[in-house]
Design a protein around this ligand. Structure first.
Ligand code: F6R
Length: 367
């Protein structure tokens, strides 16, 4: 069943090129238009949307954080992201023209289900992004985008996350197409980039031995920090969550700009700090983050930078993990893969049950 892998999680990590390809399958028409056949919301309804609220828990919440960057950039529709269990207890402002996007791999998470029931009572439109056909959340939603990752058995989400990201990107691009906020050729260009992602994820998997060796060096680690900016910030959060779940060690993700506002006090000699570097772009984010990395390094941290190929990261990082070139908004798809491999291997060398971590269940059906 595990195809020769020791854990379902490892198998599912290695299935990601296929899962991403399947999530993209059939979305592009012969006429060069995006089509989301399962969507069940009319173009008229989508044109009226004036606010989007993305809800989910855990890893699904982190895909929502990435979605916000992409959806706002492409559609100019204000987009909030909220933990599903916090959402309905704060009297959120919802109208007929609010689109609530509920992300859930299992489709059975009680917190998310209760949140969409609340949203429907307030007359908002609810769209589910889900991996499990016929599960409760998509059944109770007005619309659905299935992620087609195939069954995810390991408790820790991997291919579920990558395919949720794909669904979020497709939703953002589709809204941009329907509402005319991006030209057709701009949308085509992003879709072409998405089609290249399975091969780029495979490239990351082909280098797994380097990551495994890094994990083995950290077998005694009790704490790991993750830094990111822009779309790399949710990747930092996801990298930290994987370590908490699987290796049972303290791990935290921060927006790199936040460091000097407190977290830099945590830095001590030898502390591993993963740094998800933004690609070098026009906005100087890369250079700003590189100087933050230098600062933690100067205070003794062991900096491990995930950087676009060709970035001269050896000047500010102790260890460099190269990432294939992708547009900034799509970078989470490739950047998270080494972090998944690291967590899986670290938990393995620590002797933990990777597929069934203590105290956790695959689907959380109580609030
Ligand atoms: C993380 C993880 C959890 C789930 C969360 C939501 O690896 O597995 O954080 O992502 O419980 O589950 P779904 O997506 O099924 O609603």
């Amino acid at each position: 069943k595990k195809d020769g892998y020791d854990w379902y999680m490892r198998k599912e990590i290695f299935e990601q090129p296929r899962a991403v390809a399947d999530a993209l399958l059939g979305r592009w028409s012969a006429e060069g238009q995006l089509q989301l056949d399962e969507l069940r919301l009319s173009e008229g309804e989508l044109r009226e949307i004036d606010k989007i609220v993305v809800i989910g828990c855990g890893t699904a919440n982190y895909s929502g954080l990435v979605a916000k960057y992409a959806i706002e950039h492409w559609t100019r529709i204000p987009c909030e992201v909220e933990l599903a269990h916090e959402f309905r207890y704060r009297d959120p402002i919802l109208t007929r023209n609010t689109l609530v996007v509920a992300i859930s791999q299992s489709g059975e998470t009680a917190d998310t289900l209760m949140a969409i029931r609340y949203a429907k009572l307030q007359k908002a439109k609810v769209l589910a992004i889900c991996n499990t056909n016929g599960s409760t959340i998509p059944r109770e939603s007005d619309a659905v985008i299935y992620t087609h990752a195939g069954p995810e058995i390991a408790v820790a989400s991997t291919k579920g996350f990558l395919t949720q990201l794909i669904a979020c990107y497709l939703l953002g691009l589709y809204l941009a197409q329907v509402r005319g906020t991006k030209f057709g050729d701009e949308i085509t260009a992003v879709v072409r980039e998405l089609e290249l992602v399975p091969a780029k994820v495979q490239q990351q998997l082909d280098r797994c031995e380097e990551i495994y060796a890094l994990a083995r060096e950290h077998a005694d680690t009790r704490s790991v920090l993750f830094l990111g900016r822009h779309a790399g910030f949710p990747v930092a959060l996801e990298g930290a969550l994987k370590l908490k779940e699987l290796a049972y060690i303290h791990a935290e993700g921060f927006a790199a700009g936040e460091l000097k506002h407190g977290p830099i006090a945590l830095i001590e000699e030898g502390l591993p700090v993963f740094c998800v570097m933004p690609p070098k772009g026009r906005d100087q984010l890369h250079d700003k983050m590189a100087s933050a990395v230098q600062e933690v390094r100067a205070r003794g941290a062991r900096t491990i930078a995930l950087v676009e190929e060709g970035d001269d990261a050896a000047s500010y990082a102790d260890t460099v993990i190269p990432l294939p070139k992708v547009p900034t908004l799509l970078q989470p798809l490739v950047a998270v893969v080494p972090l998944q491999l690291f967590a899986c291997e670290l938990a393995t060398v620590m002797g933990h049950d990777v597929d069934q971590p203590r105290n956790l269940a695959k689907s959380v059906t109580v609030e």
